[in-house]
Design a protein around this ligand. Sequence first.
Ligand SMILES: [Cu+2]
Length: 104
Amino acid sequence: MRCLAGILIAITAVSAAAAETVEVAIRDFRFVPARVSIRAGDTVRWTNQEKRASHSVLFTAEALESERLFPGESWSRRFDGPGSQAYRCGPHPEMEGVVEVRGD
Ligand SMILES: [Cu+2]
């Protein structure tokens, strides 16, 4: 039993360490990079690096939108299921991005 508990703790530690946070910058009215490929369970963090402009991150298919992000502010979302998720900026529809979630 003691051994099994140790193995379970080890497995939990490994899977927790494997989950990553991928950074996307928002600058010059663009998401940089516009396309990220992540693994299920990873988190994407968007950070507004503009001097003045504010933006949001809007997943239209789910009607899910971040708060308005002012310069220096961030917003994170974890992605659990595989698939390709398109998003754009709420106030600037021409700003587009894609989060591709791999199932592996
Ligand atoms: Cu914007």
